[in-house]
Ligand binder design. Structure first.
Ligand code: TYD
Length: 147
């Protein structure tokens, strides 16, 4: 169990407060605009990741900010801000990774018991997705033309 080290832009680590009550369970707490950097308008979770070759994500968002947790098991989270790439392992429910705007993300390497929990700052909006990598790169770099 380890804290991910984030080096890409538009990301970061969120640490949850927790109460360990072994053997009666662990309690983790996420609070909007306290340890979660945004309001929470939508929560979704992903389970039944039995396919070893499953690849999820493979997109970025234009405006949306989310925080992703692995609340059971483990998986690999690939992050790409358009300039820098990294992969981190999420295997601790106490640490979440911020998926800010303009951050291409890919999830792979799921353990059989993996459960992902995502806290999103806005409702589902199809037009906020960048699902094509070339389009993502153009979108990221158009803002940087005058840097
Ligand atoms: P997607 O965001 O691509 O999942 P992942 O990043 O985990 O691979 O969403 C998969 C499908 O579910 C896609 O057709 C859109 C739909 N969806 C909703 O309708 N509402 C939502 O809140 C989310 C997250 C997805």
């Amino acid at each position: 169990m380890s804290k991910p080290k984030i080096t890409v832009k538009n990301s970061g680590v969120v640490t949850l407060n927790f109460f360990k009550d072994f053997p009666d369970g662990d309690l983790f707490i996420a609070e909007a605009r306290k340890n979660i950097p945004h309001d929470i308008k939508r929560i979704y979770f992903i389970n039944n990741l039995a396919n070893k070759k499953a690849v999820r994500g493979k997109h970025a968002h234009k405006k949306l900010t989310q925080v992703i947790f692995c609340i059971n098991g483990s998986f690999h989270l690939g992050l790409d801000d358009g300039s820098k790439k990294q992969t981190v392992v999420l295997d601790d429910p106490g640490y979440g990774v911020i998926l800010g705007p303009k951050l291409w993300h890919t999830m792979t390497g799921f353990s059989d018991d993996c459960v992902l929990l995502i806290l999103a700052g806005d409702y589902y909006r199809k037009d906020d997705y960048l699902r094509n990598y070339d389009e993502f790169m153009r979108y990221v770099h158009k803002d940087r033309r005058h840097d």
